[in-house]
Write a protein that binds this ligand. Structure first.
Ligand SMILES: NC(=O)C1=CN([C@@H]2O[C@H](COP(=O)(O)OP(=O)(O)OC[C@H]3O[C@@H](n4cnc5c(N)ncnc54)[C@H](O)[C@@H]3O)[C@@H](O)[C@H]2O)C=CC1
Ligand SMILES: CC(=O)C(=O)O
Length: 343
């Protein structure tokens, strides 16, 4: 399949030979190659965010649908003049992903209206059984970022299938839920989303945990101003904000059939953190055994420091008893679902 590369020469045409005086071979490696598997709604939103935000200028796209791949490739190529010298490749063959610093997995089925993320587990496990070994074969040093749902379980599955160390297998997790939470806080408080600080941890999904004890504006903790914040007895009903986060995906899916832009931007932020060795903190799905006294081998989101080697640290967030027990409930649920999958 065709590729777009501002630097490529395609043959020994006389004009080209007259134009260039060769000095040395051009290098192919940009040092920031990202492969995205799955060029559906999520995959393309991620690709578009990454190349337009300058996160990478070297993208490979893989899918099973050759025509869709070619169409997306051509459409992006036609935008080359508006981008920053981006190399884009697409193929159904995984050799195209060779040398990727990051592989983002967005392939598989999505929820239909009325389905939960957990309903997808076996179907998408079967998809990952095909994809993960191929990615690791061609990029043994890669970092995997999993987005396919149910993302926490599939991150665990990918860790098992890949044989990679746990710090190099990351789920997009509650980076998205935390962004939704911060947006809803910003609407309620009338200030910018970027000035509202707070984390959703645990499952990316129905059992996610809002860390009300840490929500703050400029270091002022809302729990110091309203000790019942987030609880059933809170007269201001802040709990509703978290309920809206949990319902967000269901609502958007009902309205437009899928979610894409916010997860695409979230994946782009995570890729930037890794490629730029930012040591920035993001709520991502990571290996949790031992954290907050969780005994099961599960992947769930906690705030993590992300850098060039993947997850460098997990932040030891002080949790209230309620937050802790909700996190444990998420972990129990993950362990139970994991025990039922075949891979
Ligand atoms: N983690 C998160 O926050 C979010 C996760 N998702 C999940 O992302 C996944 C993708 O969603 P959409 O892009 O909306 O779906 P989509 O149906 O638009 O795209 C899925 C793509 O995967 C491809 N695919 C299927 N099997 C494959 C295989 N074996 N190898 C390579 N490609 C394969 C399909 O051909 C298709 O292009 C779903 O599981 C969805 O639930 C969606 C939104 C947010
Ligand atoms: C579909 C999904 O997981 C989300 O938008 O949160």
């Amino acid at each position: 399949m065709a590729e777009s590369n501002g630097n490529s020469q395609n043959g020994k045409m006389a004009t080209i030979e007259k134009l260039f005086q060769p000095v040395q071979e051009k290098l192919d490696d940009t040092g920031n190659k990202v492969t995205v598997v799955g060029v559906g709604q999520v995959g393309m939103a991620a690709v578009f965010s990454m190349i337009t935000q300058g996160v990478t200028n070297n993208i490979a796209m893989v899918d099973v649908m050759a025509d869709k791949l070619k169409g997306e490739l051509m459409d992006l190529q036609h935008g080359s003049a508006f981008m920053r010298n981006v190399k884009i490749q697409a193929s159904t063959d995984y050799s195209i992903s060779a040398g990727s610093k990051i592989c983002v997995v967005t392939a598989g089925v999505r929820q239909r209206e009325g389905e939960s993320r957990l309903d997808l587990v076996q179907r998408n496990t079967d998809v990952l059984k095909i994809i993960i070994p191929q990615l690791v074969k061609h990029s043994p040093d890669t970092i995997l970022i999993i987005a396919s749902n149910p993302v926490d379980i599939l991150t665990y599955v990918s860790w098992k299938l890949s044989g990679l160390p746990k710090h190099r297998v990351i789920g997009s997790g509650t980076n998205l839920d935390s962004a939704r939470f911060r947006y809803l806080l910003s609407e309620k408080l009338g200030i910018a989303t970027t000035s509202c600080h707070g984390y959703i941890i645990g499952e990316h999904g129905d059992s996610s945990v809002p860390v009300w004890s840490g929500v703050n504006i400029a270091g002022v903790r809302l729990s110091d101003l309203n000790q019942k914040i987030g609880s059933d007895s809170d007269p201001e009903n802040w709990k509703e904000t978290h309920t809206m986060v949990v319902k967000s995906a269901y609502e958007v899916i009902k309205l437009k059939g899928y979610t894409s832009w916010a997860i695409g931007l979230s994946l782009s932020q995570l890729a930037r953190a890794i490629l730029s060795n930012a040591n920035s903190v993001h709520a991502v799905s990571t290996y949790l055994k031992g954290e907050h006294d969780i005994n099961d081998e599960v992947f769930l989101s906690l705030p993590c420091v992300l850098g060039r080697s993947g997850v460098c640290d997990v932040i030891r967030q002080p949790l209230t008893q309620t937050e802790r027990s909700q996190l444990h409930q998420s972990a129990d649920l993950m362990a139970k679902v994991q025990a039922g999958i075949k891979f």
